[in-house]
Design a binder for this molecule. Structure first.
Ligand code: SAH
Ligand code: SF4
Length: 388
């Protein structure tokens, strides 16, 4: 029989991983403070330092005692994701490539528009849902982002403008979970990150200005209504199940009628009335952009409280789809407007830096062959590229 000495034991023990406070919701920060023997109000102080002042060094937290700061340094850290590239388009759109794991990037985009600034945030590395028109879907799924990596995208975007809430500068007025990944498939982390976006000790953004976009994971949408009250966007792209099955494969499990019913249940759970679902419809030439399809969409949504956002398809390598002509987009818009449905056309922003909707790729190391092909082709035109 062998006996392990305490020294032997000590040398084989892995270092204790520090808690990244950037990723703690208010509730979790309170629990963390209590676990260290501190009062729960310390959580508010920590949250304000991190999210209102953008502080990532405990020594700058002057209203926190030296003892507690020393304790925090032992077991905690404030570690934002690492920015690999930051690019600004000629139209003011800014895109960050953020390193999340060795070899993997996700992207975050800020679209300024007058006194409004919309930040498009990623929730996963890749996506498992494989929508036929989406660059992220072509990579396959790699992993969920952590809460710190999701809220960290807001943190670093604000930092790059030196505009944390304490400065009273308002660079980000809206957040949309429309970057890479399907947010409802990373449910707990997305919910915690969105709670920090809304929290007065976080970023204090109105629930109406934080939008979760989903391709239609119905059971998770039902759960979302129980814990969150953010705005809702659904990626519809077709008015009939046959076509939607081809474009958005998850439709085979949760067809259109079930998705629309889930949206209604979501709003029924909210206390305020008059909130409507945003219906996203990516227009693809010759696939779903005909006037007949516009009429079918108008009929489908006749009694469904919504506004429609038409997104002309943004091409990317290895995709056979094409962007519709301006005439086709106008025609489609006209049919819906004539049916009294509020309809907007999303303007393409950040085209010169590949920041347009559906063009985000980020990831550079993926194991699927398909993704390798995609990547090889993509890297010829994409400047976001890191070599490990
Ligand atoms: N997974 C979520 C959120 C990320 S995708 C969802 O699908 O809703 C955000 C939006 O970009 C979706 O409406 C999606 O349909 C759209 N999109 C994806 N690829 C696109 C492309 N190549 N051109 C235009 N829009 C695209
Ligand atoms: Fe995933 Fe959304 Fe892209 Fe579909 S459109 S593959 S759900 S990120």
């Amino acid at each position: 029989m062998t006996t392990e000495t305490s020294e032997q034991h000590a040398t084989t023990q892995a270092p204790v991983e520090k808690t990244n406070l950037l990723g703690l919701s208010r509730e979790k920060m309170e629990a963390f403070c209590l676990s260290l023997g501190e009062k729960s109000f310390r959580a508010q102080q920590l949250l304000k330092w991190i999210h209102h002042h953008g502080v990532d060094d405990f020594d700058e937290m002057t209203n926190i005692s030296k003892n507690f700061r020393a304790q925090l340094k032992e077991c905690a850290e404030i570690r934002p994701p690492e920015v690999v590239t930051e690019k600004t388009s000629k139209d003011g759109t800014r895109k960050w490539a953020v390193k999340v794991t060795s070899g993997s990037l996700v992207e975050t985009v800020l679209i300024p528009d007058g006194d409004r600034g919309t930040l498009c945030v990623s929730s996963q590395v890749g996506c498992s849902l494989d929508c036929s028109f989406c660059s992220t879907g072509k990579q396959g799924f790699q992993r969920d982002l952590t809460v710190a990596e999701i809220i960290g995208q807001v943190w670093l975007a604000i930092k790059s403008y030196d505009a944390f809430p304490s400065t009273n500068k308002k660079i980000i007025t809206n957040v949309v979970m429309m970057g890479m990944g399907e947010p409802l498939l990373n449910f707990d982390n997305v919910v915690d990150a969105m709670s920090l976006m809304l929290d007065d000790f976080g970023y204090g953004i109105s629930k109406r200005r934080v939008t979760l976009s989903t391709s239609g994971v119905v059971p998770a949408l039902d759960r979302l209504g129980d814990v969150s009250s953010v705005s809702l966007a659904i990626s519809l792209h077709a008015a009939d199940d046959e076509l939607r099955n081809q474009l958005v494969p998850i439709n085979k499990r949760y067809p259109i009628a079930e998705l629309l019913a889930a949206c209604t249940r979501y709003w029924d759970k909210q206390s305020d009335t008059h909130r409507v679902t945003t219906v996203e419809y990516t227009l693809i030439a010759g696939v779903n952009d005909s006037p007949e399809q516009a009429h079918a969409l108008a009929r489908l949504l006749k009694d469904f409280p919504c506004k429609i956002n038409l997104i002309p398809f943004n091409p990317f390598p290895l995709s056979d789809y094409e962007r519709p002509s301006k005439r086709a987009v106008d025609r489609f818009w006209q049919v819906l407007s004539n049916s009294n449905i509020v309809t907007t056309v999303r303007s393409t922003r950040g085209d010169d830096i590949d920041a347009a909707c559906g063009q985000l790729i980020g990831q550079v190391a993926d194991r699927t062959k398909r993704s390798e092909r995609h990547k090889a082709n993509y890297n010829q035109v994409q400047a976001v590229n890191i070599i490990e």
